[in-house]
Design a protein around this ligand. Structure first.
Ligand code: ATP
Ligand code: MG
Length: 455
Protein backbone atom coordinates (compact mmCIF):
# COMPACT_ATOMS: atom_id res chain seq x y z
CA UNK A 1 0.00 0.00 0.00
CA UNK A 2 2.75 2.41 1.01
CA UNK A 3 4.83 1.34 -1.97
CA UNK A 4 1.85 1.98 -4.25
CA UNK A 5 1.30 5.41 -2.74
CA UNK A 6 4.93 6.36 -3.25
CA UNK A 7 4.87 4.99 -6.79
CA UNK A 8 1.73 7.02 -7.52
CA UNK A 9 3.30 10.15 -6.07
CA UNK A 10 6.49 9.80 -8.10
CA UNK A 11 4.46 9.11 -11.23
CA UNK A 12 2.41 12.23 -10.62
CA UNK A 13 5.48 14.38 -10.08
CA UNK A 14 7.44 13.23 -13.11
CA UNK A 15 4.55 12.94 -15.47
CA UNK A 16 3.54 16.02 -17.47
CA UNK A 17 -0.17 16.84 -17.60
CA UNK A 18 -1.56 14.41 -20.13
CA UNK A 19 -3.68 15.34 -23.09
CA UNK A 20 -4.92 11.79 -23.46
CA UNK A 21 -6.63 9.84 -20.72
CA UNK A 22 -5.62 6.42 -19.48
CA UNK A 23 -7.63 3.60 -20.99
CA UNK A 24 -7.92 0.91 -18.46
CA UNK A 25 -8.80 -2.64 -19.44
CA UNK A 26 -11.00 -5.07 -17.58
CA UNK A 27 -8.03 -6.98 -16.18
CA UNK A 28 -6.82 -3.78 -14.53
CA UNK A 29 -10.06 -2.21 -13.29
CA UNK A 30 -11.72 -5.53 -12.48
CA UNK A 31 -15.34 -4.40 -12.91
CA UNK A 32 -17.75 -7.29 -12.79
CA UNK A 33 -20.14 -6.58 -15.63
CA UNK A 34 -22.84 -8.62 -13.93
CA UNK A 35 -23.15 -5.82 -11.35
CA UNK A 36 -23.88 -3.28 -14.08
CA UNK A 37 -27.49 -2.34 -14.68
CA UNK A 38 -28.64 -3.79 -18.00
CA UNK A 39 -30.64 -0.64 -18.55
CA UNK A 40 -27.54 1.51 -18.24
CA UNK A 41 -25.81 -0.79 -20.74
CA UNK A 42 -28.81 -0.44 -23.04
CA UNK A 43 -28.66 3.36 -22.88
CA UNK A 44 -24.95 3.35 -23.76
CA UNK A 45 -25.51 0.84 -26.56
CA UNK A 46 -28.35 2.79 -28.11
CA UNK A 47 -26.42 6.06 -28.01
CA UNK A 48 -23.27 4.47 -29.41
CA UNK A 49 -25.24 2.79 -32.23
CA UNK A 50 -26.55 6.23 -33.13
CA UNK A 51 -22.95 7.43 -33.44
CA UNK A 52 -22.48 9.11 -30.06
CA UNK A 53 -20.03 8.50 -27.25
CA UNK A 54 -21.71 7.21 -24.11
CA UNK A 55 -20.36 6.02 -20.79
CA UNK A 56 -21.50 5.07 -17.35
CA UNK A 57 -20.03 7.74 -15.13
CA UNK A 58 -19.50 9.01 -11.60
CA UNK A 59 -20.39 7.18 -8.41
CA UNK A 60 -21.45 3.96 -10.14
CA UNK A 61 -18.01 3.45 -11.72
CA UNK A 62 -16.30 4.23 -8.43
CA UNK A 63 -18.46 1.72 -6.57
CA UNK A 64 -18.08 -0.96 -9.25
CA UNK A 65 -14.30 -0.77 -9.12
CA UNK A 66 -14.23 -1.24 -5.38
CA UNK A 67 -16.72 -4.08 -5.67
CA UNK A 68 -19.77 -2.33 -4.20
CA UNK A 69 -23.15 -2.52 -5.83
CA UNK A 70 -24.02 0.97 -7.07
CA UNK A 71 -27.31 2.39 -5.91
CA UNK A 72 -27.97 4.09 -9.23
CA UNK A 73 -26.43 4.54 -12.65
CA UNK A 74 -25.74 7.74 -14.53
CA UNK A 75 -24.71 8.00 -18.17
CA UNK A 76 -22.75 10.83 -19.80
CA UNK A 77 -22.69 11.39 -23.54
CA UNK A 78 -21.88 13.92 -26.24
CA UNK A 79 -25.48 13.77 -27.49
CA UNK A 80 -27.64 16.78 -26.61
CA UNK A 81 -30.72 16.33 -24.41
CA UNK A 82 -32.99 16.48 -27.47
CA UNK A 83 -30.91 13.89 -29.30
CA UNK A 84 -30.94 11.62 -26.27
CA UNK A 85 -34.67 11.89 -25.85
CA UNK A 86 -35.41 11.09 -29.48
CA UNK A 87 -33.63 7.74 -29.17
CA UNK A 88 -35.75 6.28 -26.38
CA UNK A 89 -39.39 5.41 -26.10
CA UNK A 90 -39.75 6.51 -22.49
CA UNK A 91 -37.49 9.47 -21.90
CA UNK A 92 -38.15 12.96 -20.62
CA UNK A 93 -36.02 16.04 -20.39
CA UNK A 94 -35.89 17.42 -16.88
CA UNK A 95 -34.52 20.64 -15.42
CA UNK A 96 -34.64 23.98 -17.12
CA UNK A 97 -31.15 25.39 -16.81
CA UNK A 98 -29.30 22.18 -16.21
CA UNK A 99 -31.10 19.92 -18.63
CA UNK A 100 -30.70 16.20 -18.47
CA UNK A 101 -32.73 13.23 -19.60
CA UNK A 102 -34.42 10.59 -17.53
CA UNK A 103 -34.60 7.38 -19.52
CA UNK A 104 -37.20 5.23 -17.83
CA UNK A 105 -37.24 1.42 -17.68
CA UNK A 106 -40.00 0.29 -15.33
CA UNK A 107 -38.74 1.10 -11.83
CA UNK A 108 -35.28 2.15 -12.93
CA UNK A 109 -34.36 5.59 -14.22
CA UNK A 110 -31.06 6.11 -16.00
CA UNK A 111 -30.06 9.74 -15.62
CA UNK A 112 -28.39 10.66 -18.88
CA UNK A 113 -26.59 13.95 -19.28
CA UNK A 114 -24.61 15.75 -21.92
CA UNK A 115 -20.90 16.37 -21.24
CA UNK A 116 -20.47 19.74 -19.60
CA UNK A 117 -17.66 22.24 -19.44
CA UNK A 118 -16.41 23.76 -16.18
CA UNK A 119 -17.88 27.18 -15.43
CA UNK A 120 -15.76 29.78 -17.17
CA UNK A 121 -13.82 32.07 -14.89
CA UNK A 122 -15.64 34.47 -12.72
CA UNK A 123 -18.89 35.16 -14.54
CA UNK A 124 -21.28 32.74 -12.96
CA UNK A 125 -20.11 32.83 -9.37
CA UNK A 126 -21.12 34.69 -6.24
CA UNK A 127 -18.78 36.99 -4.29
CA UNK A 128 -17.04 34.05 -2.68
CA UNK A 129 -16.43 32.23 -5.95
CA UNK A 130 -19.40 29.88 -5.57
CA UNK A 131 -20.67 28.63 -8.90
CA UNK A 132 -24.24 29.61 -9.58
CA UNK A 133 -24.49 28.12 -13.06
CA UNK A 134 -22.87 25.14 -14.63
CA UNK A 135 -24.75 24.31 -17.78
CA UNK A 136 -22.45 24.79 -20.76
CA UNK A 137 -21.97 21.73 -22.92
CA UNK A 138 -18.36 20.62 -23.39
CA UNK A 139 -16.04 17.78 -24.32
CA UNK A 140 -15.57 14.60 -22.31
CA UNK A 141 -12.26 15.93 -21.06
CA UNK A 142 -13.94 19.10 -19.82
CA UNK A 143 -16.72 17.05 -18.29
CA UNK A 144 -14.11 15.12 -16.28
CA UNK A 145 -12.47 18.34 -15.17
CA UNK A 146 -15.60 19.84 -13.68
CA UNK A 147 -16.25 16.78 -11.50
CA UNK A 148 -15.14 16.96 -7.89
CA UNK A 149 -12.81 14.09 -7.03
CA UNK A 150 -10.51 12.00 -9.20
CA UNK A 151 -12.36 8.87 -8.05
CA UNK A 152 -15.64 10.37 -9.24
CA UNK A 153 -14.42 11.28 -12.72
CA UNK A 154 -14.23 7.84 -14.27
CA UNK A 155 -16.05 6.79 -17.45
CA UNK A 156 -16.91 3.15 -18.08
CA UNK A 157 -17.80 1.93 -21.52
CA UNK A 158 -19.82 -1.22 -20.83
CA UNK A 159 -19.52 -2.40 -24.43
CA UNK A 160 -15.71 -2.48 -24.63
CA UNK A 161 -15.44 -2.79 -20.83
CA UNK A 162 -12.85 -0.02 -20.79
CA UNK A 163 -12.54 2.68 -18.11
CA UNK A 164 -11.46 6.12 -19.31
CA UNK A 165 -9.51 7.97 -16.65
CA UNK A 166 -8.36 11.58 -17.15
CA UNK A 167 -7.18 12.24 -13.60
CA UNK A 168 -5.60 9.05 -12.33
CA UNK A 169 -8.73 8.23 -10.45
CA UNK A 170 -8.27 4.46 -10.71
CA UNK A 171 -4.91 4.45 -8.86
CA UNK A 172 -6.39 6.84 -6.30
CA UNK A 173 -9.31 4.51 -5.84
CA UNK A 174 -7.09 1.47 -5.46
CA UNK A 175 -5.01 3.40 -2.90
CA UNK A 176 -8.15 4.77 -1.22
CA UNK A 177 -7.05 8.35 -1.63
CA UNK A 178 -9.55 11.18 -1.94
CA UNK A 179 -8.09 13.86 -4.19
CA UNK A 180 -9.75 16.95 -5.59
CA UNK A 181 -9.39 17.63 -9.31
CA UNK A 182 -7.70 20.99 -9.94
CA UNK A 183 -6.79 23.48 -7.24
CA UNK A 184 -8.62 22.32 -4.11
CA UNK A 185 -9.17 25.79 -2.61
CA UNK A 186 -10.69 27.07 -5.86
CA UNK A 187 -12.90 24.01 -6.15
CA UNK A 188 -14.15 24.44 -2.58
CA UNK A 189 -14.88 28.09 -3.19
CA UNK A 190 -16.84 27.13 -6.31
CA UNK A 191 -18.88 24.70 -4.26
CA UNK A 192 -18.25 24.38 -0.51
CA UNK A 193 -20.35 21.21 -0.37
CA UNK A 194 -17.33 19.49 -1.94
CA UNK A 195 -15.68 19.66 1.48
CA UNK A 196 -18.44 17.50 2.92
CA UNK A 197 -18.22 15.16 -0.05
CA UNK A 198 -14.47 14.74 0.44
CA UNK A 199 -15.07 13.70 4.04
CA UNK A 200 -17.90 11.35 3.12
CA UNK A 201 -15.94 9.52 0.44
CA UNK A 202 -12.83 9.23 2.61
CA UNK A 203 -14.94 7.50 5.24
CA UNK A 204 -16.77 5.40 2.66
CA UNK A 205 -13.49 4.18 1.13
CA UNK A 206 -11.96 3.70 4.51
CA UNK A 207 -9.18 5.82 3.13
CA UNK A 208 -7.90 9.29 3.58
CA UNK A 209 -8.04 12.76 2.13
CA UNK A 210 -4.84 13.61 0.28
CA UNK A 211 -2.92 16.39 2.03
CA UNK A 212 -3.32 19.18 -0.56
CA UNK A 213 -7.03 18.34 -0.77
CA UNK A 214 -7.35 18.49 2.97
CA UNK A 215 -5.21 21.56 3.66
CA UNK A 216 -7.63 24.36 2.71
CA UNK A 217 -10.66 22.83 4.44
CA UNK A 218 -10.04 24.30 7.89
CA UNK A 219 -9.78 27.78 6.47
CA UNK A 220 -12.70 27.50 4.07
CA UNK A 221 -15.12 25.56 6.28
CA UNK A 222 -17.10 28.72 7.01
CA UNK A 223 -18.05 29.03 3.35
CA UNK A 224 -20.65 26.35 3.98
CA UNK A 225 -22.63 29.20 5.49
CA UNK A 226 -23.18 30.60 1.97
CA UNK A 227 -24.66 27.41 0.62
CA UNK A 228 -28.45 27.15 0.59
CA UNK A 229 -29.31 25.38 3.84
CA UNK A 230 -31.50 22.83 2.05
CA UNK A 231 -28.52 21.64 0.03
CA UNK A 232 -26.43 21.24 3.17
CA UNK A 233 -29.27 19.21 4.60
CA UNK A 234 -29.32 16.87 1.59
CA UNK A 235 -25.60 16.33 1.84
CA UNK A 236 -25.75 15.77 5.59
CA UNK A 237 -28.43 13.18 5.05
CA UNK A 238 -26.19 11.35 2.58
CA UNK A 239 -23.37 11.53 5.07
CA UNK A 240 -25.43 10.21 7.95
CA UNK A 241 -26.87 7.38 5.89
CA UNK A 242 -23.68 6.21 4.23
CA UNK A 243 -23.37 3.28 6.64
CA UNK A 244 -20.61 4.84 8.76
CA UNK A 245 -22.36 7.78 10.28
CA UNK A 246 -20.40 8.08 13.53
CA UNK A 247 -17.11 8.08 11.70
CA UNK A 248 -18.41 10.77 9.35
CA UNK A 249 -19.56 12.92 12.26
CA UNK A 250 -16.18 12.54 13.94
CA UNK A 251 -14.40 13.47 10.73
CA UNK A 252 -16.63 16.50 10.24
CA UNK A 253 -15.57 17.63 13.66
CA UNK A 254 -11.89 16.91 13.05
CA UNK A 255 -12.01 19.05 9.91
CA UNK A 256 -13.96 21.83 11.59
CA UNK A 257 -16.92 21.29 9.26
CA UNK A 258 -19.49 20.69 11.98
CA UNK A 259 -20.09 24.33 12.83
CA UNK A 260 -21.58 24.92 9.38
CA UNK A 261 -23.68 21.79 9.50
CA UNK A 262 -24.51 20.70 13.00
CA UNK A 263 -23.60 23.73 15.10
CA UNK A 264 -24.65 22.01 18.29
CA UNK A 265 -22.43 19.02 17.79
CA UNK A 266 -19.56 20.39 19.82
CA UNK A 267 -21.74 21.01 22.82
CA UNK A 268 -23.35 17.62 22.51
CA UNK A 269 -20.18 15.63 22.05
CA UNK A 270 -18.49 17.29 24.96
CA UNK A 271 -21.18 16.01 27.25
CA UNK A 272 -20.58 12.27 27.85
CA UNK A 273 -24.29 11.52 28.14
CA UNK A 274 -25.05 13.32 24.89
CA UNK A 275 -22.21 11.56 23.17
CA UNK A 276 -23.39 8.13 24.34
CA UNK A 277 -26.87 8.82 23.03
CA UNK A 278 -25.67 9.99 19.64
CA UNK A 279 -23.26 7.11 19.29
CA UNK A 280 -26.03 4.69 19.95
CA UNK A 281 -28.39 6.41 17.52
CA UNK A 282 -25.80 6.45 14.76
CA UNK A 283 -24.77 2.86 15.43
CA UNK A 284 -28.37 1.79 15.02
CA UNK A 285 -28.67 3.80 11.84
CA UNK A 286 -25.55 2.17 10.40
CA UNK A 287 -26.85 -1.28 11.26
CA UNK A 288 -30.12 -0.62 9.47
CA UNK A 289 -28.34 0.73 6.41
CA UNK A 290 -26.02 -2.26 6.27
CA UNK A 291 -28.90 -4.71 6.14
CA UNK A 292 -30.62 -2.63 3.48
CA UNK A 293 -33.34 -1.11 5.69
CA UNK A 294 -34.44 2.47 5.27
CA UNK A 295 -33.74 5.18 7.81
CA UNK A 296 -36.16 7.96 8.50
CA UNK A 297 -34.50 11.38 8.37
CA UNK A 298 -36.83 12.65 11.10
CA UNK A 299 -35.80 9.86 13.45
CA UNK A 300 -32.16 10.48 12.72
CA UNK A 301 -32.30 14.21 13.32
CA UNK A 302 -34.61 13.79 16.31
CA UNK A 303 -31.87 11.63 17.82
CA UNK A 304 -29.02 13.93 16.89
CA UNK A 305 -30.67 16.93 18.45
CA UNK A 306 -32.21 15.15 21.43
CA UNK A 307 -29.34 15.59 23.91
CA UNK A 308 -29.58 19.31 23.38
CA UNK A 309 -33.37 19.39 23.58
CA UNK A 310 -33.24 17.29 26.71
CA UNK A 311 -30.76 19.44 28.55
CA UNK A 312 -32.62 22.60 27.58
CA UNK A 313 -35.85 20.96 28.71
CA UNK A 314 -34.36 20.00 32.07
CA UNK A 315 -33.10 23.53 32.53
CA UNK A 316 -36.53 25.03 31.86
CA UNK A 317 -38.20 22.54 34.21
CA UNK A 318 -35.67 23.40 36.90
CA UNK A 319 -36.68 27.03 36.42
CA UNK A 320 -40.21 26.01 37.33
CA UNK A 321 -41.85 25.57 33.92
CA UNK A 322 -44.39 22.81 33.39
CA UNK A 323 -43.00 19.72 31.68
CA UNK A 324 -44.93 19.81 28.41
CA UNK A 325 -44.69 23.56 27.65
CA UNK A 326 -41.03 23.38 28.68
CA UNK A 327 -40.40 20.61 26.16
CA UNK A 328 -42.11 22.62 23.48
CA UNK A 329 -39.97 25.63 24.22
CA UNK A 330 -36.78 23.56 24.31
CA UNK A 331 -37.67 22.01 20.94
CA UNK A 332 -38.28 25.47 19.44
CA UNK A 333 -34.99 26.80 20.70
CA UNK A 334 -32.95 23.89 19.40
CA UNK A 335 -34.71 23.73 16.04
CA UNK A 336 -34.32 27.48 15.55
CA UNK A 337 -30.61 27.35 16.31
CA UNK A 338 -30.20 24.42 13.97
CA UNK A 339 -32.29 25.59 11.06
CA UNK A 340 -30.14 28.59 10.37
CA UNK A 341 -27.38 26.29 9.16
CA UNK A 342 -29.24 23.23 8.13
CA UNK A 343 -32.73 23.71 6.84
CA UNK A 344 -34.60 20.82 8.31
CA UNK A 345 -37.54 20.38 6.05
CA UNK A 346 -40.78 21.38 7.78
CA UNK A 347 -42.25 17.93 7.31
CA UNK A 348 -39.27 16.38 9.09
CA UNK A 349 -39.23 18.91 11.90
CA UNK A 350 -42.88 18.32 12.64
CA UNK A 351 -42.21 14.56 12.79
CA UNK A 352 -39.25 15.21 15.06
CA UNK A 353 -41.47 17.14 17.42
CA UNK A 354 -43.99 14.31 17.43
CA UNK A 355 -41.26 11.85 18.39
CA UNK A 356 -40.04 14.14 21.17
CA UNK A 357 -43.49 15.01 22.51
CA UNK A 358 -44.53 11.41 22.85
CA UNK A 359 -41.65 10.80 25.28
CA UNK A 360 -43.15 12.39 28.43
CA UNK A 361 -46.50 10.91 27.46
CA UNK A 362 -45.03 7.43 27.42
CA UNK A 363 -43.86 7.97 30.95
CA UNK A 364 -47.40 8.70 32.13
CA UNK A 365 -49.07 5.65 30.60
CA UNK A 366 -52.63 6.77 31.16
CA UNK A 367 -54.81 4.06 29.64
CA UNK A 368 -57.06 6.48 27.79
CA UNK A 369 -54.11 8.30 26.30
CA UNK A 370 -52.45 5.11 25.16
CA UNK A 371 -54.82 4.64 22.24
CA UNK A 372 -54.42 8.26 21.22
CA UNK A 373 -50.66 7.80 21.20
CA UNK A 374 -50.97 4.54 19.35
CA UNK A 375 -52.87 6.23 16.56
CA UNK A 376 -50.17 8.81 15.96
CA UNK A 377 -48.30 8.24 12.72
CA UNK A 378 -44.89 8.48 14.38
CA UNK A 379 -45.80 6.17 17.27
CA UNK A 380 -43.51 3.34 16.19
CA UNK A 381 -40.57 5.70 15.70
CA UNK A 382 -41.22 7.29 19.09
CA UNK A 383 -41.23 3.84 20.74
CA UNK A 384 -37.92 3.01 19.05
CA UNK A 385 -36.64 6.34 20.27
CA UNK A 386 -37.65 5.47 23.80
CA UNK A 387 -35.65 2.22 23.53
CA UNK A 388 -32.56 4.28 22.86
CA UNK A 389 -33.30 6.49 25.83
CA UNK A 390 -33.67 3.39 27.98
CA UNK A 391 -30.38 2.00 26.69
CA UNK A 392 -28.77 5.26 27.86
CA UNK A 393 -30.51 4.99 31.24
CA UNK A 394 -32.69 8.03 30.65
CA UNK A 395 -35.89 6.09 31.24
CA UNK A 396 -36.86 2.83 32.85
CA UNK A 397 -36.10 -0.04 30.48
CA UNK A 398 -39.08 -2.09 31.72
CA UNK A 399 -41.36 0.77 30.74
CA UNK A 400 -39.67 1.11 27.36
CA UNK A 401 -40.07 -2.62 26.77
CA UNK A 402 -43.77 -2.41 27.69
CA UNK A 403 -44.25 0.13 24.91
CA UNK A 404 -42.27 -1.96 22.46
CA UNK A 405 -44.41 -5.00 23.30
CA UNK A 406 -47.50 -2.87 22.83
CA UNK A 407 -46.29 -1.67 19.45
CA UNK A 408 -45.60 -5.26 18.39
CA UNK A 409 -48.83 -6.74 19.78
CA UNK A 410 -51.91 -7.52 17.71
CA UNK A 411 -55.25 -5.88 18.55
CA UNK A 412 -56.19 -8.49 21.10
CA UNK A 413 -52.82 -8.56 22.81
CA UNK A 414 -52.88 -4.81 22.99
CA UNK A 415 -56.30 -4.64 24.66
CA UNK A 416 -55.12 -7.25 27.16
CA UNK A 417 -52.04 -5.21 27.99
CA UNK A 418 -54.03 -2.06 28.47
CA UNK A 419 -56.67 -3.84 30.47
CA UNK A 420 -53.98 -5.29 32.73
CA UNK A 421 -52.50 -1.85 33.12
CA UNK A 422 -55.87 -0.32 34.02
CA UNK A 423 -56.19 -2.91 36.76
CA UNK A 424 -52.73 -2.31 38.15
CA UNK A 425 -52.31 0.12 41.02
CA UNK A 426 -50.92 3.29 39.48
CA UNK A 427 -47.37 3.98 40.40
CA UNK A 428 -46.36 6.73 38.04
CA UNK A 429 -45.89 10.36 39.03
CA UNK A 430 -48.53 12.33 37.18
CA UNK A 431 -51.02 9.51 37.29
CA UNK A 432 -51.05 9.61 41.07
CA UNK A 433 -52.72 13.01 41.00
CA UNK A 434 -55.49 11.65 38.81
CA UNK A 435 -56.24 8.98 41.36
CA UNK A 436 -57.99 11.66 43.34
CA UNK A 437 -60.67 11.86 40.66
CA UNK A 438 -64.06 10.30 41.52
CA UNK A 439 -63.76 6.51 41.39
CA UNK A 440 -66.47 6.14 38.74
CA UNK A 441 -64.17 7.65 36.11
CA UNK A 442 -61.94 4.63 36.02
CA UNK A 443 -64.30 1.98 34.72
CA UNK A 444 -65.56 4.50 32.16
CA UNK A 445 -62.01 4.95 30.92
CA UNK A 446 -61.55 1.23 30.73
CA UNK A 447 -64.79 0.83 28.80
CA UNK A 448 -63.74 3.51 26.36
CA UNK A 449 -60.53 1.62 25.81
CA UNK A 450 -62.30 -1.61 25.07
CA UNK A 451 -64.54 -0.06 22.47
CA UNK A 452 -61.92 2.03 20.68
CA UNK A 453 -61.17 0.67 17.28
CA UNK A 454 -57.53 0.57 16.48
CA UNK A 455 -56.27 -0.42 13.10
P1 ATP B 1 -23.39 8.78 -4.27
O1 ATP B 1 -24.54 8.88 -5.23
O2 ATP B 1 -22.97 7.42 -3.93
O3 ATP B 1 -23.58 9.65 -3.10
P2 ATP B 1 -21.98 10.06 -6.39
O4 ATP B 1 -20.53 10.29 -6.63
O5 ATP B 1 -22.73 9.28 -7.42
O6 ATP B 1 -22.11 9.39 -4.98
P3 ATP B 1 -23.81 12.18 -6.92
O7 ATP B 1 -24.20 13.30 -6.05
O8 ATP B 1 -24.82 11.19 -7.35
O9 ATP B 1 -22.62 11.45 -6.16
O10 ATP B 1 -23.09 12.83 -8.18
C1 ATP B 1 -22.77 12.12 -9.35
C2 ATP B 1 -21.45 12.62 -9.91
O11 ATP B 1 -21.54 14.02 -10.19
C3 ATP B 1 -20.27 12.50 -8.97
O12 ATP B 1 -19.67 11.23 -9.04
C4 ATP B 1 -19.35 13.59 -9.45
O13 ATP B 1 -18.65 13.17 -10.60
C5 ATP B 1 -20.32 14.67 -9.87
N1 ATP B 1 -20.58 15.61 -8.77
C6 ATP B 1 -21.52 15.51 -7.80
N2 ATP B 1 -21.49 16.55 -6.96
C7 ATP B 1 -20.50 17.34 -7.40
C8 ATP B 1 -19.97 18.58 -6.96
N3 ATP B 1 -20.46 19.18 -5.89
N4 ATP B 1 -18.96 19.12 -7.68
C9 ATP B 1 -18.46 18.51 -8.77
N5 ATP B 1 -18.91 17.34 -9.22
C10 ATP B 1 -19.92 16.75 -8.56
MG1 MG C 1 -24.90 8.98 -7.45
Amino acid sequence: MLANTIKGLVKRLVKPKRAVPDRISREQHGIDRRLVSRHAIKVCETLQQAGFDAYIVGGAVRDLIIGLEPKDFDVATNATPEQIRSLFRRARIIGRRFQLVHVVFGQEIIETSTFRAPASNGQMTDDHGRILRDNVFGSQKQDAERRDLTINALYYDPITETVIDFHEGVPDLKNRVVRMIGDPATRYREDPVRMLRAVRFAVKLNGKIESATQAPIAELADLLGNVPAARVFDEMLKLLTCGQAMECVKQLRTHGLHSGTLPLLDVILEDPEGQAFIELALERTDKRIRVGKSVSPSFLFAALLWPQVRSQWQRLCADGEQRIPALSEAADQVLDAQTEKLAINRRFSSDMRDIWFMQPRFERRLPKAIYRLFEQPRFRAAVDFMQMRAACHEVDSVLAQWWMDLADANDEGRSDMIQALAEEPREEGVATKRRRRPRRKKPADAAALQSSSVS
